[in-house]
Ligand binder design. Structure first.
Ligand SMILES: NC(=O)c1ccc[n+]([C@@H]2O[C@H](COP(=O)([O-])OP(=O)(O)OC[C@H]3O[C@@H](n4cnc5c(N)ncnc54)[C@H](OP(=O)(O)O)[C@@H]3O)[C@@H](O)[C@H]2O)c1
Length: 280
């Protein structure tokens, strides 16, 4: 879950708005900052350390020199956050401490969303929530984030089998677009499920094997007893109604792998075995 909220407008115009993006150097936030700069916004991006070279990709974005202000702020540093939000027409709150425990992660997200609705109602803040499913797609930031490990472990040989499980996927560029669409749509309210399709892990490894046969993708499920889990149904109609055309999951997975290669997280393996030397 990530959140977007309109603060009471400071200038009342559509042009030249200033918005804040928390955790600006993250996987989703980096694309969001890029898109907002492209659309002419001035962006105040919070990062924990503006001088850390891992945030250099933000400074290199088009429009960053003129309209990106990196503000130092930890989520527990209220003064830092207040300074970042000051003068903004809206806040895109994406920063989140990461935990490896999926139960704590889901609990934390549910509590945070509930608290956000309560606070927004008390203070008359226009809050809209985007609920992305598992996010894949090309990286702008140099470091790998937790969700990209999902495909990387199949490609680098660390996962020898796949689990009997299903998962919904969405491309990071659509998640960024969704945030901007709800911000710019005055009628947007409530929760927006941001998902393109649901696949079984077996389908994921088969798609990857077809696209990148040179990697040691698993061919066996770790659960050979039970029938394959069935994909569940969902609706992304609310975002489609706002004009989002979701990137198909196959294209998303392809571009994820190409990006992992380009950023040096996955060695490029020649796709055809070189002809073996002649033995005379
Ligand atoms: N990726 C997914 O599949 C997915 C799916 C659904 C929802 N989400 C949610 O979307 C948001 C962004 O996800 P992401 O995948 O883009 O994450 P990410 O790449 O790991 O980025 C998380 C960001 O949060 C910042 N952060 C962590 N702890 C912080 C703290 N105490 N104070 C200030 N900033 C802090 C990090 O800053 P530093 O660089 O300083 O560490 C980082 O920039 C998160 O809320 C996540 O839970 C993600």
């Amino acid at each position: 879950m990530t959140m977007e909220s309109h603060l009471p407008s400071t200038n009342g115009t559509t042009d030249g708005k200033t918005v804040c993006v928390t955790g600006a150097g993250g996987f989703i936030a980096s694309w969001l900052v890029k898109l907002l700069l492209e659309r002419g916004y001035t962006v105040k991006g919070t990062v924990r350390n503006p001088d850390d070279p891992k945030n250099n990709h933000l400074k290199a974005l088009e429009g960053a020199k003129e309209r990106l202000i990196l503000c130092k702020a930890d989520l527990l540093d209220l003064d830092g956050l207040r300074a970042a939000v000051e003068g903004c027409d809206g806040v895109f709150h994406t920063a989140s401490p990461v935990t490896d425990d999926p139960n704590w992660y889901c609990y934390g997200k549910a509590v945070a969303e509930k608290a956000a609705y309560e606070t927004a109602a008390e203070r008359a803040i226009d809050l809209v929530v985007i609920n992305p499913v598992l996010v894949q797609g090309p990286l702008l930031q140099p470091n790998i984030n937790a969700s990209l490990m999902h495909v990387l472990k199949y490609l680098n040989g660390s996962a020898k089998t796949y689990t009997n499980a299903v998962q919904a996927y969405v491309d990071v560029r659509d998640v960024a677009e969704a945030h901007v669409r709800v911000f710019e749509a005055p009628e947007a309210k409530g929760r927006y499920l941001c998902a393109e399709s649901v696949l079984h892990r077996g389908d994921v490894v088969r798609i990857l094997a077809k696209l990148f046969p040179e990697y040691p993708l698993p061919t066996k499920c770790s659960d050979e007893k039970n029938p394959p889990k069935k994909p569940y149904k969902f609706s992304n109609q609310r975002l489609k109604d706002l004009g989002i055309e979701f990137i198909p999951v196959t294209q998303c997975l392809y571009e994820t792998v190409k990006s992992l290669q380009e950023k040096g997280h996955l060695p490029i393996v020649p796709s055809e075995t070189p002809p073996s030397p002649q033995i005379s």
